[in-house]
Design a protein around this ligand. Structure first.
Ligand code: GAP
Length: 436
């Protein structure tokens, strides 16, 4: 496994090179919010696309969805979020700082240092309340969704009516979720606005264990696909008193984050018939599956794999961040897997004041851009500086047009990790260089 570096160095690179900025930074920020810069948004999109390919497009038992963030408040009554989606909050009587009771040493205030200054803990509901429509009253109260899962449950009947799928089948979506966390912390790890990639996999009530085990393995395959070594992932089976209110079995997947240590990255829960039964009761609509081979309709049970997209971005950046030395000089690089890197190829003329080199390099740039999309034109500074800059943003290959290119048409293709170069015809790029 690669050497670890501090979270601070990763946050600093993320800001410096346009991956992730503090939300509303010019106003002093807004705690628990982050803005993805030009490279971060591409990295996040590449991750989400890979997830969608693996878990939706690549299967024939999955249906995609993009449901509204605002939902009828009865959804949150049925799901149990109004009653139970809370964390224990304590307030320091000296400085009035508020903290999550289960995350602090209960005798000392982390803000002012006062001892034994906390009042009794109270439950703090983490849903963001909002008002829907111009009239503010009890009926207009709604919430920003704290999870994407409920969108899948309330559309269960729609998908069954439109597609008549056979069990087991799943509904998947990627989207924003909002939680008024008491103490947002550690970069993207605990934010107040973040994205979830998750799916609800509907099964027969007596047939959940095998698909649950299959999903457990698939989660492992996902982490391998995004370059997280098995040695940094820990699977934790939660005892009943630590599971969410809806879950009958949960395996959490922890990643060994730099500076934080092992903490949650994704989860797998067996939710039984909890959600569909409650929605059926509150909406008065039947949410059953009618077996095609005959027999009584029933409410399916559900298995839910869930992945925090931002935590996946953070884990991928943490795993990729590296420092080494080239020619006696320190270099920072991101060893991102090729299919996640925001820039796959950077193209340069060796010298930018030689029109014949620039013209040829422009033609190579257009060719690669057409074929690979994520290609950057880079002619800033000298070639050494360009290599360093591209290494820092994780570009797997730098393509340079030099004087030999004008003779034989070949270009140099430099590998980010080894710094080795090979000469290739531009048309052969993407076929013969080693893959990351
Ligand atoms: N539908 C199930 C569900 O929402 P969860 O464990 O509460 O489960 C899903 O959240 C995933 O979202 C987690 O595995 C975690 O990766 C991520 N997540 C949860 N809270 C987060 C926060 N405050 N900031 C960033 N990611 C968060």
């Amino acid at each position: 496994m690669s050497k670890r570096f501090s979270l601070e160095s990763i946050v600093s690179l993320a800001k410096r090179r346009g991956f992730v900025y503090q939300g509303s930074e010019i106003y002093g920020g807004l705690a628990g919010t982050w803005d993805y810069g030009p490279l971060g948004v591409q990295l996040k999109r590449n991750l989400a696309d890979l997830w969608w390919k693996m878990f939706v497009e690549g299967r024939d038992d999955m249906f995609g969805l993009d449901s509204a963030i605002l939902m009828n408040p009865k959804v949150w009554q049925a799901s149990g979020h109004i009653a139970t989606f809370s964390d224990p909050l304590v307030e320091c009587q000296t400085c009035h700082g508020r903290f999550r009771a289960d995350k602090i040493d209960s005798s000392k205030c982390p803000s002012c240092g006062s001892k034994n200054s906390f009042g009794q803990p109270r439950q703090f509901n983490m849903m963001f309340k909002t008002q829907v429509g111009p009239v503010a009253n009890q009926e207009s109260v709604s919430y920003l969704r704290p999870e994407t899962a409920q969108g899948m449950f309330v559309n269960f009947k729609n998908v069954v009516d439109s597609f008549s799928p056979n069990l087991p089948f799943g509904i998947a979506q990627i989207g924003r979720a909002f939680r008024n966390e008491i103490s947002p912390r550690d970069f993207l790890f605990r934010a107040r606005e973040f994205e979830i990639m998750e799916l609800e996999y509907f099964v027969r009530p007596d047939d959940w264990q095998e698909p649950f085990n299959d999903w457990r393995k698939l989660l492992g395959q996902w982490f391998a696909a995004i370059g997280l070594p098995a040695g940094r992932i820990k699977e934790v089976e939660l005892p009943s008193n630590e599971r969410a209110h809806y879950s009958q079995a949960t395996v959490d997947f922890y990643y060994d984050y730099p500076s934080i240590g092992l903490d949650e990255l994704a989860g797998l829960a067996y939710r039984g018939a909890f959600d569909l039964t409650n929605h059926q009761r509150l909406s008065g609509k039947k949410l059953e599956y009618r077996p095609k081979e005959g027999g009584k309709p029933f409410v399916p049970h559900v298995i839910e794999p869930t992945f925090g997209l931002d935590r996946n971005v953070m884990a991928v950046l943490s795993e990729a961040y590296c420092e080494d030395s080239v020619g006696g000089e320190k270099r920072v690089l991101l060893k991102l897997p090729s299919d996640l890197a925001p820039v796959r190829y950077a193209v340069s003329p060796l010298l930018k004041n030689k029109p014949e080199l620039v013209e040829k390099a422009r033609a190579v740039y257009r060719l690669l851009k057409e074929r690979f999309g994520l290609v950057m034109w880079d002619d800033n500074g000298n070639i050494g500086k360009r290599y360093r800059r591209q290494d820092e943003i994780g570009t797997p290959y730098c393509v340079v047009v030099d004087f030999q290119s004008l003779q034989d048409g070949t270009v140099t293709v430099r590998d980010r990790d080894t710094t080795k170069q090979q000469r290739l015809a531009p048309e052969a790029i993407g076929q013969s260089e080693s893959t990351h």
